[in-house]
Ligand binder design. Structure first.
Ligand code: 9MR
Length: 371
């Protein structure tokens, strides 16, 4: 019925009455009056479409919730499963907010992607004052990963096991003094566990839930060839050693000036590893130069639309079907994007506006998913 226009259906309805089959006519009349089911991102896409979700907004903002319910068939925990949120004291785990997301995903029959088990950021204060020898650090690390993964066994389909382990120049984050010269840029895990902590994180997660798919996730792989190379080398080395890694997250926090050939190159090379590819945190900033007087003009929206469509086209073209884990946007609407508070700037990086209405870029994105 979906493809019939109202006029076609009306003609069939009247012809049926004329043919004297009132019951059939009644059925057709119901279909005639029923509003046609609207297309959504999840119904249009040949792979899962996700969003990073905040359980507080899910519970308190009905417009936000409606969009998540109708448009997406995968959710990622934005912050609530990071160390500082889920492991607030050495002997205390808090799963309450993660459980809200798990229940939402289960009751809506959608996928729940867990983010993340290990990162250099968003760690609790108590962790920086933790004292212990290398065995104590290892125990802490393993206990965290296995407690969290076991709690969500059968509820979380996949995990970002390690997040952002490399600097942009391709060296591993470890020491406090870093090539980016940011004092907080080193990685507590590499310092205390040695550089092979990444492989062990995957092993620990796999032991706790052998069915969960395990991802390495990082940003700016489309911008920095050295970083991309290091990630690919690590993944290939892990595959050779039998480390249980299933996928790579390309975060894809890009902007309207991001060169397209970098996007193509990253997707192509990462897909060549044979692992599942998740565009895991997509958003497109329209204000990369931080202009305080910027207006979200039609021409900016057109640039943004064509880049959203380009990302989808490249993903469909370059990632073999069985490796397409899906595309996830980082947040739902412009109002809840991390970009505004982080950079204190005006921006409109997502598919839905501040009131969670569809923007013109939404239509560019959905058309690219379909075609
Ligand atoms: O969106 C997240 C924001 O609310 C947090 O304050 C921030 C903490 O550093 O993390 C943001 O999410 C990041 C994600 O976990 C990893 N990739 C980059 C994302 C944007 O910073």
């Amino acid at each position: 019925m979906k493809s019939y226009s109202y006029i076609n259906r009306a003609i069939i309805f009247f012809k049926t009455i004329a043919a004297g089959t009132p019951f059939l006519a009644f059925i057709l009349l119901s279909a005639f009056l029923k509003p046609q089911s609207e297309e959504t991102l999840q119904s249009a896409a040949p792979f899962p479409i996700g969003a990073a979700v905040n359980p507080f907004l899910l519970q308190t903002d009905s417009a936000y919730r409606r969009v998540v319910e109708t448009e997406f068939n995968s959710i990622t925990s934005e912050n609530v499963l990071k160390w500082a949120a889920v492991h607030p004291a050495e002997n205390k785990f808090d799963f309450s907010k993660g459980d809200t997301l798990a229940e939402f995903a289960l009751s809506h029959h959608i996928r729940f992607h867990g983010h993340n088990l290990c990162w250099y950021q968003y760690n609790p204060k108590w962790l920086s004052s933790f004292k212990g020898d290398s065995a104590a650090w290892e125990r802490l690390f393993k206990t965290h990963i296995q407690t969290v993964v076991s709690h969500y066994k059968g509820k979380v389909a996949s995990w970002d096991v390690v997040n952002e382990a490399f600097h942009n120049d391709g060296t591993l984050r470890s020491e406090k003094n870093t090539p980016d010269n940011k004092p907080d840029d080193g990685c507590i895990w590499a310092r205390n566990l040695g550089i092979d902590y990444i492989a062990r994180a995957f092993q620990y997660a796999h032991e706790a839930d052998p069915d969960a798919l395990l991802f390495y996730n990082d940003y700016d792989q489309e911008i920095y060839p050295g970083k991309l190379r290091s990630i690919i080398n690590m993944v290939n080395y892990f595959k050779k050693r039998g480390v249980p890694i299933n996928g790579i997250g390309i975060q894809m926090h890009i902007n309207i000036l991001t060169p397209k050939d970098g996007i193509t190159n990253a997707i192509k090379q990462l897909a060549n590893t044979g692992l599942k590819i998740h565009i895991a945190e997509l958003d497109i900033s329209v204000n990369p130069r931080n202009d305080p007087n910027i207006i979200y003009s039609d021409s900016l929206q057109n640039l943004q639309s064509s880049l959203f469509a380009f990302v989808v086209q490249q993903y469909k073209l370059l990632v073999p079907k069985e490796q397409q884990y899906g595309i996830t946007t980082w947040n739902v609407g412009d109002a809840d994007s991390w970009i505004r508070p982080t950079y204190k700037k005006k921006d409109w990086p997502l598919l839905f506006d501040d009131s969670y209405a569809k923007k013109p870029v939404y239509y560019a994105f959905i058309n690219a998913l379909k075609n």
